[in-house]
Design a protein around this ligand. Sequence first.
Ligand SMILES: Cc1cc2nc3c(=O)[nH]c(=O)nc-3n(C[C@H](O)[C@H](O)[C@H](O)COP(=O)(O)O)c2cc1C
Length: 371
Amino acid sequence: MNRRKFIKVSGGLLLAGGTTGYLVSDKTAYTRKNQQINTGSGSPLKEDEYKILYLASLAPSGHNTQPWLIKYIEPCHWIVCNDQTKWLPAVDPTQRETILSIGAFVQTLEYAANTMGYSCEFTLLAQTPQNAEVMDVKLKKQAGVSPFEKEKIELRRTVRSGYQNELLKPADVNFLLNENKSALYYLPNNSKQHLWLNEQTIEANRKQTWREDAQKELAGWIRFSGKDAKQHNDGLTAASMEAEGLAGWVLRNFYDDKNVMSKKFREQGLSKVKQQVSTSAGWIIITSKDSSVENLLETGRSMQRLFLKVRERGIAIHPMTQILEEQPFNKQVNAELGITDPVQFILRTGYVKNYPQPVSLRRPAEMFLKT
Ligand SMILES: Cc1cc2nc3c(=O)[nH]c(=O)nc-3n(C[C@H](O)[C@H](O)[C@H](O)COP(=O)(O)O)c2cc1C
């Protein structure tokens, strides 16, 4: 029997037609903790290499596409590649965000190597954001490598709800932004730029959700059922979108990509965005010197260095990139914020009381390894 037959969702009220349906349903979310971490047997990777690539894969990426591949050259010598099949042409037609995500991956790879006493030597290969080979990397085990805590990589996550409105403390602002004060900005929630970003994030989301190609692309990256999530190990799940309890159960069991295209789903998404921007300590902006591959990679790296620092201070980060993806917002953002360099990241930020565990999925290394 079609599962849709024994459930009716109406005006938020859910009437389940018996416990049998519930018992055979997707009751618990498939999340990171359910994923098995292999040790790389069957691939040319040595155990250390496998562990480093597993940690590197915990980097963030738009829609959690994980747009990286590793071309294996020899032990401890790889090329980080750009996986064209993971591009997001509707929201990222120039692969700007793909390169930022690969930058975040490269930074995580370096820190991951450091956790195990390896240093990394990188050589840039890509000239354009579309080139297949991005960065050559050689790992060297040596004394004196600055250590990095593995748990920081494992526990980092995007947090979308539960933000406090309390402003970031000056000491925390300094801790987060002192690395590069000319590329990192904190716009507190009492500034006029904050208000503009709040309002225009809603408008840019409204524009994007009604853009058919963008919404279709999003639908293709949502893994509603546990089965789908387990098969793909990527994309956005009910858990990673923070649909918990009954809402999560309904999404996992009764939604598919057709629902994403419905008016109701788009309107619910917009309400969620409104709710999200209504709470925060403000926004963090990251700029780059220019839009060259080299500087986009460096900006992705700098975003990830920041992202790996926030949790220890109880601070959350939520990239909200629609202003940068939609016109006319992306043409207005620099003037409205009074910033000259190109804006590459718009991150909602704030303190959260209970920092949730990471739940987003990752492909195991053998799925992104090219030999
Ligand atoms: C370049 C980039 C753009 C992103 N844009 C958004 C966004 O617009 N909205 C959002 O909710 N999350 C956004 N994210 C966060 C990703 O969805 C998130 O990193 C991914 O789902 C993996 O989850 P995790 O960060 O918890 O590991 C973005 C991340 C990156 C790197």
